[in-house]
Write a protein that binds this ligand. Structure first.
Ligand code: ADP
Ligand code: 5GP
Length: 198
């Protein structure tokens, strides 16, 4: 059976990655969302094993030492990483995998898995990004400022991504990401493999 493909969703904090990913998952039950591990504290409503695997720093470091991460990175004071095993199992089952990760992690995945498709999600403007991040109400102003600064720094790398989607409305962003996923499955090497044609 043909393996699933990996799609990396990257973009500044507060742009709407989680919102867009949730919509994609709701509309396609065959998609697999990679639940990351993090040392960040859970936000109200976030559940261990659903939104993240919430780990202590020691536990996170033991996972690094055991080679359990496909990639891992530090982001504004916390560690985040993609557990390798679940991603590989989903791909072996033929499921497409969605990774919602920051830019250093995306680069590590690109180096290890060059066939992963990298999608950068941008805000319609920096002012709108700030409104969304403040409006979400999950970080204090100091953290909001660090996240905004980090997002602007990382923007230089956006032009090297495979695709660039502007999250003006969630519907529009979801529609474009679905179109990207469909197009990627129409590449000859994908199609011929899946169809079993020779
Ligand atoms: P991220 O996962 O990229 O950090 P979130 O998905 O948490 O971002 O979204 C940040 C905030 O912006 C949330 O309050 C969310 O409801 C809101 N949001 C997401 N997409 C849009 C959009 N297209 N228009 C307006 N608000 C949005
Ligand atoms: P948040 O704290 O807002 O949930 O996430 C902060 C940033 O960490 C976001 O850019 C998100 O994409 C990224 N992130 C979440 N999980 C991972 C992961 O497993 N690896 C990496 N490298 N980044 C992650």
């Amino acid at each position: 059976m043909k393996k699933g493909k990996t799609f990396i969703i990257c973009g500044p904090s507060g742009v709407g990655k989680g919102t867009v990913v949730a919509r994609l998952l709701a509309s396609d039950p065959t998609l697999y969302f990679s639940i990351s591990a993090t040392t960040r504290a859970p936000r109200p409503g976030e559940e261990d094993g659903v939104h993240y695997h919430f780990l202590t720093k020691e536990k996170f470091e033991s996972w690094i030492a055991a080679g359990d991460f496909l990639e891992h990175a530090q982001f504004v004071g916390n560690l985040y990483g993609t557990p390798r095993l679940f991603v590989d199992q989903a791909m072996e089952r033929g499921q497409d995998v969605l990774l919602d990760i920051e830019i250093q992690g995306a680069e590590q995945v690109r180096q290890k898995r060059p066939d992963a498709v990298r999608i950068y999600v941008a805000p319609p403007s920096w002012e709108e990004l700030e409104r969304r991040l403040i409006g979400r109400g999950t970080e204090d102003m100091e953290k909001v400022r660090s996240r905004l600064a980090r997002g602007k720094e990382e923007f230089a790398a956006a032009k090297d991504f495979d695709y660039f989607v502007i999250n003006d409305t969630v519907e529009h962003a979801v529609e474009e990401i679905r179109a990207i996923m469909t197009a990627e499955h129409c590449r000859p090497v994908e199609r011929i493999g899946r169809a079993g044609l020779r």
